[in-house]
Write a protein that binds this ligand. Structure first.
Ligand code: NAP
Length: 269
């Protein structure tokens, strides 16, 4: 009988290096509240280390961080306005340095502005919406691709853009500028999925409908969900967790052959 050879020591080193290599890290923009917070928590439960950005609600961001760490994963909250290009650079540098290279990105941060007709909207409302939802989302996607693209030395990955059913409904009388910004998100998703598919990156979007988060109050319509939910074919509003579950599916291996999809999560609306 042949003597069993002891395992070479370097195997242990290789295993350690591989486990770092196989670590999954997701960046969720706007991860302190609403849909982003729900994604951050579900991602931790699915085994991701999570970086989340926020605009100003440090307390909410730290509460999400505590939940992620409680689930046994690493977490990092970074203040960064995605509507400010320097902040986007600062955000990605912090994630690179403190958590590692991302393998997944949820491009979620978004704003509406005060609800009303376009003729009554001021310049700042429209500019902020486009700066955050369009320019910011494009810059965030670019930085994600620079890190994940196999063409640029990355390991590949997945991006989920958070669009809105507003992109096809148009939101007349409420916020057509916001609907237009989400139309841009849909185009970004389609174009990018074709541009980087061969570089190991899948790009998809979710289009949430009427979801119960603080965003409606921020638009000056705290009763909006109550007012509109009767018009949703499923007869109710959606929850942030229901959108987050769709996002987690699109990030997962179960969606390995899905790219360029815009998945409506809107109760039939
Ligand atoms: P939310 O509850 O208002 O939360 C917004 C999140 O984005 C917060 O974490 C906020 O940070 C962050 N944020 C806001 N402005 C930012 C900026 N300039 N830079 C970085 N982060 C910023 O919103 P939500 O309802 O979860 O919406 C999330 C996404 O889903 C948005 O893109 C929205 O357009 C989309 N969506 C929502 C609905 C809906 O019915 N709720 C429907 C369709 C699409 P702070 O906590 O620091 O403020």
């Amino acid at each position: 009988m042949r003597a069993k050879r002891p395992a070479p020591r370097r195997q242990g080193v290789k295993k350690k290096a591989m486990s770092k290599q196989s670590r999954r890290i997701v960046l969720v923009t706007g991860g302190s509240r609403g849909i982003g917070a729900a994604v951050s928590r579900l991602a931790a439960a699915a085994g991701y280390d999570v970086a989340l950005s926020y605009l100003s609600d440090n307390k909410a961001a730290e509460a999400v961080v505590a939940d992620i760490e409680g689930a046994g994963r690493r977490a990092l909250a970074i203040q960064a306005d995605v509507g400010v290009p320097d902040d986007v650079q600062k955000l990605f540098r912090a994630v690179d340095e403190k958590l590692g290279t991302i393998t997944a990105l949820v491009n979620n941060a978004g704003v509406i502005g005060r609800a009303g007709r376009l003729a009554d909207a001021d310049d700042a409302t429209i500019k902020t919406c486009i700066d955050v939802n369009v320019t910011g989302a494009i810059l965030v996607a670019r930085e994600g691709i620079r890190r994940m693209s196999t063409r640029l030395g990355g390991r590949g990955g997945a991006i989920v853009n958070v669009s809105s059913a507003a992109s096809t409904l148009g939101s007349p009388g409420e916020f057509v500028w916001y609907a237009a910004s989400k139309g841009a998100m849909d185009s970004l998703t389609l174009g990018l999925s074709k541009e980087v598919g061969a570089e190991g990156i899948r790009v998809n979007a979710v289009s949430p409908g009427l979801i119960d988060t603080d965003i409606h109050a921020s638009a000056g319509s705290p009763d909006r969900v109550e007012r509109l939910k009767g018009g949703v074919p499923l007869g109710r509003e959606g929850t942030a967790k229901e959108v987050a579950q769709a996002i987690m599916f699109l990030l997962s291996e179960e969606a390995a052959y899905i790219s360029g999809a815009i998945l409506r999560v809107a109760g039939g609306r």
